[in-house]
Design a protein around this ligand. Structure first.
Ligand SMILES: [Mn+2]
Length: 327
């Protein structure tokens, strides 16, 4: 579904003061789209303010060098959010992802606008500009800049490049098309610096995270003739390395780099009786079907479960389901 850009240009033309938000636990596509949009609106002489339901995660704080992204109730008190005539939600269409900003949107009296690339959506009672074929909302904001005839400055180009780069796993996901590279060429010409961004995005790990990764990888065990790879993290691993619970992110993807691996599972002992389970597939095998059996959720290729029980019990139950599923 492609977007009627002229309709959005007209709608923007009818408003002056814009409130912008995105989903909680913002990623680079969320915050990059917010900042790119705010700067584009300001280039038109309009007022734009970004407020999210929670704080920007520390690892992407570099995306907001001017501290433009407010946090509701902290740097952006509720009573300061009056007097806006349009409210734009980017990179989500789900009430549940807005956190405390959902109530602000619910009671907002002005024009509501959604710019998004996700398939699933709630009715936010907004005018919706959705392209579920787009790899990132960041590319939609670039297209909007073009439709608005806004000059793409380096300050706009950097966050939009980061938005596309992260939502495509640095241009390797199946969502990447020729349009992706066309957008990236424009953003690079406008001043985005890919090597600098790569370093900021992917080369800022703590030594503790690397040590934890070493433990995770040294425990990888093959099953089903190598089609299934699984591993685990214990509370002792966190204690010994000094790593945070978030330092397990991405580790599971390394399991799928083993030749012949189709499905990966990671069991993280969060507490003695709470186990976080991540599942990934790079074949037709549907890991969401496994997650569904344990009240989890996700997608065909990436799903998760919060298992109420000890790690070893989670491993026994879920590995059994995976073995059965893989035949
Ligand atoms: Mn996105």
């Amino acid at each position: 579904m492609s977007i009627n850009w002229q309709a959005l240009v007209d709608l923007i033309g009818q408003h002056e003061r814009f409130l912008i938000t995105s989903h909680c636990r913002a990623d680079c596509d969320a915050v990059g789209s917010e900042i790119g949009l705010a700067l584009a609106l300001e280039a038109l002489g309009k007022h734009a303010r970004i407020v999210n339901g929670d704080a920007l995660p520390e690892h992407i704080a570099f995306m907001d060098p001017e501290s433009r992204v407010g946090e509701l109730g902290v740097t952006a008190p509720l009573e300061t959010l009056r007097g806006y005539d349009a409210f734009v939600v980017v990179d989500t269409s789900a009430w549940g992802q807005l956190g405390p900003m959902a109530d602000v949107l619910r009671s907002f009296p002005g024009q509501r606008i959604v710019i998004d690339h996700h398939v699933s959506s709630d009715d936010l009672q907004a005018t919706v500009f959705r392209d579920d074929g787009a790899e990132a909302t960041g590319r939609l904001i670039l297209q909007l800049c073009e439709a608005l005839h806004v000059d793409v400055t380096p300050e706009i180009a950097m966050p939009l490049f980061a938005a596309i780069a992260t939502d495509t796993g640095w241009f390797r996901f199946s969502s990447v098309t020729a349009d992706t590279f066309e957008a990236l060429a424009k953003l690079t010409a406008a001043g985005a610096k890919p090597p600098q961004l790569f370093s900021l995005l992917f080369e800022q790990h703590s030594l503790a995270r690397i040590h934890l990764r070493g433990r995770i990888l040294s425990n990888v065990t093959p099953e089903c003739g190598g089609r299934l790879m699984w591993t685990f993290v214990t509370q002792e691993d966190f204690d010994a390395t000094g790593a945070n619970r978030t330092d397990t992110e991405d580790a599971i993807n390394s399991l799928l780099t083993v030749a012949g691996a189709e499905v990966a599972a990671l069991f993280v002992e969060l507490e003695s009786d709470v186990t976080k389970v991540s599942l990934r597939s790079r074949s037709d095998f549907d890991v969401r079907a496994i997650a569904d059996q344990f009240d989890g959720g996700g997608h065909r290729a990436a799903a998760g479960i919060t298992y109420r029980g000890p790690r070893k019990e989670a491993q026994t139950a879920i590995l059994d389901a995976l073995r059965t599923g893989l035949g």
